[in-house]
Design a protein around this ligand. Structure first.
Ligand SMILES: Nc1nc2c(ncn2[C@@H]2O[C@H](COP(=O)(O)OP(=O)(O)OP(=O)(O)O)[C@@H](O)[C@H]2O)c(=O)[nH]1
Length: 311
């Protein structure tokens, strides 16, 4: 049974997931919440928007802030991502630092550890992707991470965001670090992102899955219209979604559309299926591709697409 918000031992608060690009932050959010609220992909820097996912357990409510990975900025969009991750630290009760347990710690990890040591919040460490580490390399990895974290007293949890192993222990440890407080959101709510934002992200995820190299980071998606089609007519009872995929160059538009429209069709089909799960009903999806030269370097464009800096 869910505890009520007036329960004396109930805890609640905001938790930032911090880590390098591709370490598995979005996968962990989905695993903890038990539903797909964040898109994931093998391409680094998938996460652009800060996303609040809500995890309600028997005695706690955790609001997870999924930040873009901290990295050295290469262009304006990169800078905005780093600023957004830094500012997330300023408004939460706990930081979960995700490290890639299957890799040796690098300079990027040392940079984040240093950044986090300069602030007063409690930190939990999740050594993720532990499933990828063969048993005979585990002691070596533990020693390397022990060295990286030697000047901290941060508890370390080994986990696999993909398989779920170690995640419920991590979740209990996270809850225990939060202040006493009531539920902040209705218990059935898993995300505070509007459906349109999630739909746009599902399309972007399909683009990331099916294209490679130059395309992924040059893409932004806007949902232009969502409309319930009246029952009885053509496509009746379905939800029609019109969306624009924005790219920076004409050549990228060609790749996205593909031979005879084949690539766009694949992207559209994949996104449509995911959207149907999201809204729990049939979807009709129409995608347009538009070239907006250099959109990543234009502050007005970035703000319009929701990549402005939150304060
Ligand atoms: N084997 C294994 N793979 C994982 C695990 N967690 C994440 N992955 C994979 O790692 C890749 C990146 O995961 P994401 O969750 O997108 O990583 P992220 O940290 O959110 O990435 P950015 O959005 O770029 O910051 C995906 O291909 C995941 O399936 C894990 O515990 N084990």
């Amino acid at each position: 049974m869910l505890s009520t918000s007036s329960s004396e031992n109930h805890r609640s608060g905001f938790i930032a997931l911090i880590g390098r690009p591709n370490v598995g932050k979005s996968t962990l959010v989905n695993q903890l919440v038990g539903e797909k609220v964040a898109i994931t992909s093998p391409v680094a820097q998938t996460t652009r928007n800060r996303l609040r996912a809500i995890l309600t357990t028997e005695d706690a409510q955790m609001v997870l802030v999924d930040t873009p990975g901290i990295h050295k900025p290469h262009h304006l969009l990169g800078e905005r991502l780093v600023q957004s991750a830094r500012s997330a630290i300023g408004e939460v009760d706990l930081v979960v630092l995700l490290l890639e347990g299957c890799e040796r710690p690098g300079r990027g990890d040392a940079f984040i550890v240093k950044l986090l040591r300069q602030q007063p919040l409690p930190v939990l460490v999740a050594l993720n992707k532990w499933d990828k580490l063969p048993e005979d390399r585990q002691a070596e990895a533990e020693a390397a991470y022990g060295e990286l974290l030697k000047e901290t007293a941060w508890p370390i949890h080994r986990c696999s965001a993909l398989s779920g192993e170690g995640c419920s222990a991590l979740s209990s440890a996270m809850a225990a670090q939060l202040p006493l407080g009531p539920q902040l959101y209705p218990p059935e709510m898993v995300s505070d992102q509007p459906e349109r934002v999630l739909m746009g992200e599902l399309i972007r995820e399909q683009v990331l899955l099916h294209t490679r190299e130059e395309i992924p980071h040059s893409v932004a998606v806007t949902i232009d219209r969502v409309e319930e089609l009246p029952a009885g007519g053509k496509g009746g009872g379905r939800t029609a979604v019109l969306a624009t995929v924005m790219v920076e160059r004409k050549s990228q538009k060609g790749i996205l559309i593909g031979k005879g429209g084949a690539m766009l069709k694949t992207i559209g089909q994949g996104a449509r299926l995911q959207m149907q799960t999201l809204i729990d009903g049939p979807v009709y999806l129409e995608l347009f591709v538009k070239v907006v030269p250099d959109w990543r370097s234009k502050p007005a464009r970035l703000a319009e697409l929701g990549y402005g800096v939150e304060s």
